[in-house]
Design a binder for this molecule. Structure first.
Ligand code: HPA
Length: 243
């Protein structure tokens, strides 16, 4: 059974069949919401809304440890994380879908490891490839079968939020090599790796990042919602084809 973490705009999977909800508690506190089990085009999935079903939990307030722990506890075999992002690279305008292959973490102050506290041994995970190679390939293949184009590869820069970035911050991210900017990719990806859960990201570009393209002077939040509404139908088709 695959797990899907839905971000802004995908808080619900409207047409999951055989739906069942389950509240899972963890040693790290409560996940963002009850888990939803069901079938997506015949494939069993478990779904978690990262920001809660009412979209009330900000990126820096999400209990990432509880979320990933809960998915592991119900025996998910891997996690596809749907994430809304801003596009930095020119080709990544609103509505584009990207499967990143690298990330840079700019977040701070988040509970970002299971390996801390006096009862835990010091443990370092390998994170050279932050996204699972096999699950990325499955996701890209699903895009091909669903006839939806996706960009294969890109560097996801994860900022702290909840505010959007300044134009100068985006310039710095671009100099660092970031292609996309979002607020939830970390510590989510690292915690999945700590638990041994294969993890891949399907990023939905909602807007040009600050200072770029149509966001040259400001970012239109209304426009973001319009873009997400259209893109999420395509995301739903891709997820249904992952199988
Ligand atoms: N920056 C950070 N996170 C985002 C953006 C952005 O421009 N758009 C959607 N999520």
């Amino acid at each position: 059974m695959l797990a899907i973490i839905g971000g802004s705009g995908l808080a619900k999977l409207a047409d999951l069949s055989d739906m069942r909800r389950e509240v899972v508690r963890t040693p790290h506190g409560d996940p963002s919401c009850a888990l939803t089990f069901g079938q997506l085009d015949g494939t069993p999935v478990v779904f978690l809304a990262r920001h809660g079903y009412g979209h009330t939990i900000a990126p820096h307030e999400i209990n990432y440890r509880a979320n990933l722990w809960a998915l592991k506890a119900v025996a998910a075999e891997g996690v596809i994380a749907v994430a809304t992002v801003g596009g930095i690279r020119d080709a990544l305008g609103p509505g584009e879908l990207v499967v990143p292959d690298q990330l840079i973490d700019y977040t701070w102050g988040r509970a970002s490891t299971y390996f801390e506290g006096v009862d835990q041994p010091v443990t370092h995970i390998d994170f050279t490839q932050p996204y699972d190679v096999g699950l990325r390939a499955r996701l890209l293949d699903a895009g091909t079968r669903a006839n939806e184009s996706m960009h294969d590869g890109g560097v996801y820069g994860c900022t702290q939020g909840p505010r959007l970035e300044t134009a100068a911050e985006i310039e710095r991210l671009a100099r660092d090599g970031c292609d996309l900017v979002g607020m939830t990719g970390m510590p989510e990806a690292a915690l999945a790796r700590e638990l041994g859960l294969p993890y891949a990201c399907l990023a939905v570009v909602a807007n040009h990042a600050a200072g770029r393209g149509s966001s040259a002077s400001s970012i239109s939040l209304e426009q973001i919602n319009v873009v997400l509404e259209g893109a999420m139908r395509r995301v739903r088709r891709i997820l249904g084809a992952v199988g």
